[in-house]
Design a protein around this ligand. Sequence first.
Ligand code: ADP
Ligand code: MG
Length: 614
Amino acid sequence: MAKISIDLKSGKVKKQSNVVIGIDLGTTNSLVAYMKEGEPLAVKGSDGKNTLVPSIIHFNEKDRVIVGKSAKERLVSHPERTIYSVKRLMGKSFNDVENFKSHLGYEIINEDEEKLVKIKVGHRFYTPIELSSEILKELKDRIEQELDAIVTKAVITVPAYFNDTQRQATRDAGKLAGLDVLRIVNEPTAASLAYGVGLDEDKDETVAVYDLGGGTFDVSILEIRGGIFEVLSTHGDTFLGGDDFDRAIVDHWQNRIGEKDGDKSFQQELRLLAETAKKSLSNQKEFKGTIGNTSFSLNTAKFNGLIQPIIQRTIDACQKALNDAGCKITDIDKVILVGGSTRTPLVKEMVSSFFGQTAFDKLNPDEVVALGAAVQADVLAGNQKDVLLLDVTPLSLGIETMGGLMDVIIPRNSKIPAKAGRNYTTSVDGQKNLKVSVFQGERDLVKDNRKLGEFILSGIPPMPAGIPKIAIHFIIDADGILKVKALEERSGVETSVEIRSQYGVSEEEMALMLLESLKNAESDMKARALLEAKIEAKNVLLSADKFMKNNKSILSPEEMQQTQLLTLQLKVAVEGTDKDLINDALHQLNTYTHPLAHRAMDHNIANAMKGKKL
Ligand code: ADP
Ligand code: MG
């Protein structure tokens, strides 16, 4: 039965397509691709020309959004209302972007240094997630025009070095654009898939993916075994790319005409002309152009001289990536070129010569990631039955620790099969049993997460608190079945359980849980900080009491009194809910008793040595 939906904009009834689309959400350019008659195809805009959509968002005076080429044209006239490079801000806090915010022509807001950044446009504030979702909506529109049907399922790519927060932000941007993001795929993995690497399960390969975009560079070494991609290493520079080629040309021209500054619009024109020169030198030897009455020229030899040192930096990174992966150059079976800047012949030449083999560039380097995403999307749509799917954990998995806190053992979006473990101990002297409660979710307190199961590790031999070594291991097999094992290492006592229901959560429930965790992130953080302060205070109070009991003879009456006073102060603070008050009292007590404890220790050691013959 075909699904039918109504397009709210036009009021027309539209077919619902079951195509899963592939999206490359780039720093400079983004694009959408899908599988058409067995071949991945990047979709052109309504002008029938460009597959690339500049990742630029312009808000006009009425806060109407314009994305892509038309937005790029407004970069010069309305810099403060035109946003570029949002990808650099995804999943970042204000502190994270502090050192490069001056490079951006728009305003970044410092509401709270710990929180995710916002961008101010006119009187409104936007998160990078919202801005990225505007780019994604543009791409969704584009493919819906092409297919004349509604599309809701997508695969989106991210750099291999993106962390969990950045991946999650990308996923959330998809959701906001009305897309069900079936998977976040690493860009180098997608590029390899576009060249068919990994589609033959019997073939094991090691591949180097070299990606030089507009403002970023990365190189990844991938190992593909049995259809499973593993990123062995990744290296790069998030401020190195084709823009640096443009800048080198601008500097060269300015030196030549002896004019360093010029006005702003001349500067912009010069930069645009430099980019045009660079692109034309990718397939001819000579460039000539003019701005006003001044003419500018550049030939390949000069251009190569300008950019050689820049490219050399990327080659150095390739060497580092090889070292980190523990690979020799001869271990690399294929080298794949990605990113618009690899169209520059000297780039291809230097990369090929470093790896000692001709780098792959048959597919358009600026489309290859999107094409590969379309291949992965097609696999997920179930159209390529014989290809193995690797999956990721949809939500974090962990156990409950003291005070009802969630201790994450396997983070969300980890590749499965997965294995991770951590050591714990007992909190009470002579404790024989330990309850292990397993939870799933992103909140700091387990009561807000979903309980998957629990079991008791029993038969721990009596030992003082803190002595038993209890290793808890989480193992998820290829079918997504979670096994949790607890082992007391000193005695060898062991228990384990199998939990099958970790995928029992529906997409909606998952979205809801994530939304809740975003909404409550701040109060969660506060609750966690308070609990942690209380737990630490209680421990310190216990040892302070012990200390005073055991060292009556060593401490002076004043020292005893002062210690008691500070202890009392901490006891009062612990009963309250002000974490700063607790931490302050803790600090005072610790600072005061630290030298006393040292003295007592020296004294006790001296005592213990007395009468002992050596
Ligand atoms: P990103 O992955 O960062 O979004 P792209 O892969 O789209 O970026 O690369 C954009 C860069 O590629 C820009 O610096 C652009 O000038 C450069 N570029 C595009 N076409 C060519 C070409 N024909 N020759 C050289 N550089 C090019
Ligand atoms: Mg890219």
